[in-house]
Ligand binder design. Structure first.
Ligand SMILES: [Zn+2]
Ligand SMILES: [Zn+2]
Length: 174
């Protein structure tokens, strides 16, 4: 006898289950034994179809975690609103952590560096720079907007060429 009131229907179903518990469980068990193979196969196919979604989600999660770690380190070195210590650039996308005195003592870069800094409680010797200022500092000694001495790009390449003349290259090839 179906009830119109859902609450009553629920109670009736509960009562029915209580009265016939053994029989229902036996039937379910029996059904599972008969359909196990087919059901597991279906489950496996369903998983295979959606597998790439799980991989994507995992990948997105890893990227998100990496972003969070980076943001935490930037904030630790530059305050609540991180910015480049040289030019004041504020877009998080451009910012990175600079080894003030070079990478001799702490060779880590990227995510490994962020993890290292966090574990070591943000030691001194690091600052937040934008990619431009960091690149220029690494390559030309100082950033051109710093007012400090720096080597213009043409001089940098001229000096590199003198260090490694063509003859020595030839000798290496032999
Ligand atoms: Zn900058
Ligand atoms: Zn700069």
């Amino acid at each position: 006898m179906p009830y119109k009131d859902p609450e009553k229907r629920k109670q009736q179903a509960k009562k029915y289950y209580k009265q016939h518990r053994e029989r229902i469980l036996a039937y379910t068990h029996d059904w599972w034994q008969r359909n196990k193979k087919e059901q597991l196969k279906k489950q496996h196919l369903r998983y295979q179809k959606r597998k790439h979604l799980f991989a994507e989600r995992r990948h997105r999660y890893i990227l998100f975690k990496a972003y969070q770690n980076r943001l935490e380190v930037l904030k630790a070195y530059s305050g609540e609103k991180p910015k480049c210590a040289c030019c004041g650039e504020e877009h998080i996308e451009f910012l990175t952590v600079d080894h003030i005195n070079g990478r001799k003592d702490v060779p880590e870069t990227g995510q490994r560096l962020y993890r290292w800094l966090k574990i070591n409680n943000y030691p001194e010797g690091f600052q937040v720079l934008c990619m431009n200022c960091n690149y220029a500092k690494g390559k030309f000694g100082n950033c051109p907007h710093s007012g400090k001495e720096w080597k213009p790009e043409y001089e940098y390449y001229r000096d590199k060429r003198n260090v490694l003349p063509c003859t020595s290259l030839g000798a290496q090839i032999k």
